[in-house]
Design a protein around this ligand. Structure first.
Ligand SMILES: C[S+](C)CC[C@H](N)C(=O)O
Ligand SMILES: N[C@@H](CCS)C(=O)O
Ligand SMILES: [Zn+2]
Length: 334
């Protein structure tokens, strides 16, 4: 079923995500750079599968990173499936069954971490944590291409809406079946993929809440050059998308983008920017650029919350200490 145009803006029913935001005092904390923290522990991910390589090689490290973000104060864990795709696993010589099992494992590792952590927190009495939700990460088609095109949005003329839906469909089905609390589309760089994702949620009758996050390199538009207004006009017609926003984008762009998004949608706004460094897709390295540290994030996060963001965290090159700084800032202010 398509979304059509000119429909009324669709209003979603109250969900576990709304409950969490309320429990968190109006703004919940998303975790930080997942791949970044794997690398800080020595993981080598200069590979087409990027962080998903650790699902194969070091699942215990994946769970350790989830636990570190919970300890730092994250209300939402994003799973290790950003660059985990069935075609990606096939090209490593794995079977479809093995690829699907790895996708399921990405959810299981995060759910187990959440349950372990929550058990301990409850036993410890007054702890200040919320029971976290697990968001299954669905990286963009550009992430799978592993050429940095999640920051260019240039998929070329051969990439149609149907091709994008076909790319996303099976992974989405397997992830939903594995039982996460939420779905997280990340670093979507253009309108066609945003539309493909929104329509797929309908076609697959997805019943769990979901967010769609875009990247931006100029702080004004999607990487494709399309306006966020045109991207959001499409998403607004879907009742299955609960939050929209920005991830893996330099933090100094974010306040302006929150204001822009608020002019174009009634949906909850989510922001989890990177450190400001720039990804070189060719060498698979972060290039030094205007870079923001944890103290900057602490100040920024309060401003983003005051500007109306309901979900705030960090993306690449942020760490548990960034999330701890945001959590501290929010607790001090409440
Ligand atoms: C969010 S980017 C840093 C992830 C890696 C990218 N898709 C690549 O493989 O080059
Ligand atoms: N959830 C992913 C996003 C990469 S842009 C990660 O943190 O590694
Ligand atoms: Zn990122």
């Amino acid at each position: 079923m398509g979304l059509g145009t000119g429909e009324e803006e669709a209003k979603a029913v109250t969900t576990s995500l709304d409950d969490l935001i309320e429990k968190a005092g109006g703004c919940a904390i998303v975790d930080g750079g997942f791949a970044t923290q794997l690398e800080r522990h020595g993981a080598s991910i200069n590979d087409a599968l990027w962080s998903a390589l650790c699902l194969i090689k070091s699942p215990e490290l994946v769970q350790r990173v989830h636990l570190e973000y919970l300890e730092a104060g994250a209300d939402i864990l994003v799973t290790s499936s950003y660059q985990a795709t069935i075609p990606g696993f096939l090209s490593k010589g794995l079977s479809i069954e093995q690829g699907e099992a790895l996708l399921q494992k990405s959810v299981k590792l995060a759910v187990e971490a959440r349950d372990k952590f929550w058990d301990i927190a409850q036993k410890n009495g007054k702890h200040g944590y919320n029971r976290a939700l697990v968001a299954a990460s669905i990286g963009s088609y550009g992430a799978y291409l592993a050429d940095g095109s999640e920051y260019s949005g240039s998929y070329g003329p051969d990439v149609s809406m149907d091709k994008l839906k076909d790319f996303h469909r099976r992974r989405l089905q397997v992830l939903v079946e594995a039982g996460p609390d939420l779905l997280a589309f990340e670093t979507i760089p253009n309108k066609i993929e945003a539309q493909a994702c929104a329509e797929l949620l309908d076609e697959e009758n997805v019943q769990i809440p979901c967010w769609i996050c875009f990247s931006s390199v100029d702080g004004e538009h999607a990487p494709s050059g399309e306006s966020f207004k045109e991207c959001l006009d499409i998403i607004n017609t879907s009742k299955r998308v609960n939050a929209v926003g920005i991830n893996c984008t330099p933090p100094h762009f974010v306040e302006n983008l929150i204001c822009k998004f608020r002019e174009s949608t009634e949906k909850a706004i989510i922001v989890y920017p990177n450190s400001g460094e720039v990804w070189d897709g060719r060498t698979k390295r972060w290039l030094p650029s205007k870079c923001f540290d944890d103290e900057n994030f602490e100040i920024f996060a309060t401003r983003w919350r005051d500007a109306g963001a309901k979900l705030i965290g960090g993306c690449c090159r942020t760490t548990p200490s960034t999330i701890r700084a945001i959590s501290r800032a929010f607790k001090e202010a409440s």
